[in-house]
Ligand binder design. Structure first.
Ligand code: ATP
Length: 345
């Protein structure tokens, strides 16, 4: 029986995860859930961000972590979010950030004349290095001569494993194109490493067409001709940015799912959106990203038919206009959850 650690976290994380869990209760009633009280409220109550023994339990005792969102205006430093989310990414070595960009209903696409057949690709974002390691420093802080340095770390091992994960996924899913994106024309050390590693890994997959775009061109092409992409692989920072653009063209942040993976080992699944303090507690957050994320988790657990069932139910819900306010609807979070469950049945 797969064991899932559940972390609603902060803000709308509680509301959207509740719906994801209801859907999982219908589709995969055998899952064994354990809830973890982590997030801003816990931090403010007793100073705990992420107990080291909890991280070890996630690694050793659970098949996946299902997380809502982290971020609370009462904790401006965001220390709890960093310890939990970045902590899990680094300590569980979740080197793949996997983000599908799939338009389920053309009505929610902001691009002219584009439908589901044009927007259907996945992004592999490197998740453990790049500009997110905190290497750097500040000198003469708060003076006119202040210097701030943020260093981008690219290791051969890190670059190779994310590129290989993208090709492996493409190969297993019958895809024929992988596009790597960097800024090697300006960042001549780290991204030169990406170029060389990409070429050598691509040579092992002769069936797959390997291409390259500088990230500025990639963003333009994602808007002009998203249909050219099947799999995109890129570094941590660029992946963060292009997947928000991806979320926008698939119908908005309320529909974007993500997985933080170490293939074959631990995994943490979360909707792409944050805790949305502006709408938290109002019952109007879109739960579909969290529900699609639950589906992605089932796919990872070896149940692709259950993942497909959830995707189809979400699509039916979108087609019927059972959507929350930010998509132009009038349904509450709970009502959207009800509509997905009705479609499943
Ligand atoms: P955080 O710091 O936790 O990332 P944020 O407010 O910076 O929070 P998001 O939480 O992603 O970033 O919210 C960005 C905007 O998108 C907000 O206006 C929010 O209300 C909206 N939003 C995010 N998620 C949803 C959702 N599931 N349903 C509806 N609106 C959402």
């Amino acid at each position: 029986m797969p064991r899932i650690a559940v972390v609603p976290g902060d803000g709308i994380g509680h509301e959207v995860l509740a719906e994801g869990l209801r859907v999982l209760g219908v589709v995969a009633p055998d899952l064994d859930f354990e809830h973890f009280d982590l997030g801003a409220a816990r931090y403010l109550r007793d100073g705990t961000t992420m107990p080291p023994e909890t991280m070890l339990r996630w690694r050793d005792e659970f098949d996946a972590v299902y997380l809502g969102a982290l971020g609370d205006p009462r904790v401006p430093s965001n220390v709890h979010a960093r310890d939990i989310l970045l902590g899990a990414r680094f300590q569980l070595d979740l080197y793949v950030n996997f983000r599908p960009v799939r338009l389920l209903d053309p009505r929610y696409c902001p691009l002219k004349d584009k439908g589901p057949e044009h927007v259907d690709f996945v992004v592999f974002r490197e998740n453990t290095e790049g500009l997110y390691t905190g290497i750097g420093g500040q000198f003469k802080r708060d003076t006119p001569e202040e210097v701030a340095v943020e260093q981008e770390m690219n290791t051969r091992k890190g670059v190779e494993r994310i590129i290989r994960a993208a090709f492996e996924w493409a190969d297993r899913h019958g895809k024929t194109k992988v596009c790597m994106s960097d800024k090697a024309n300006a960042m001549r050390h780290g991204h030169d490493l990406w170029q060389r590693v990409f070429k050598s890994v691509a040579a092992e997959y002769p069936r797959i067409r390997a291409s390259h775009l500088y990230v500025d061109v990639l963003t333009m092409q994602m808007v002009l001709a998203p249909e050219q992409f099947e799999v995109i692989v890129t570094n941590n920072l660029f992946g963060d940015i292009v997947t928000d653009l991806g979320a926008a063209i698939q119908g908005g942040i309320g529909l974007a799912a993500s997985g933080n993976l170490n293939p074959g080992k631990s995994a943490l699944f979360e909707p792409v959106h944050g805790s949305a303090p502006d709408i938290a507690g109002k019952g109007i957050a879109n739960p579909l990203a969290a529900i699609l994320t639950a589906g992605m988790m089932l796919g990872y657990l070896g149940r692709p038919q259950d993942e497909k069932r959830i995707q189809d139910a979400v699509q039916a819900c979108l087609h019927a206009g059972n959507v929350t306010r930010e998509l132009g609807g009038t349904r509450t979070t709970r009502e959207v959850g009800d509509a997905v469950i009705a479609a499943l049945r």
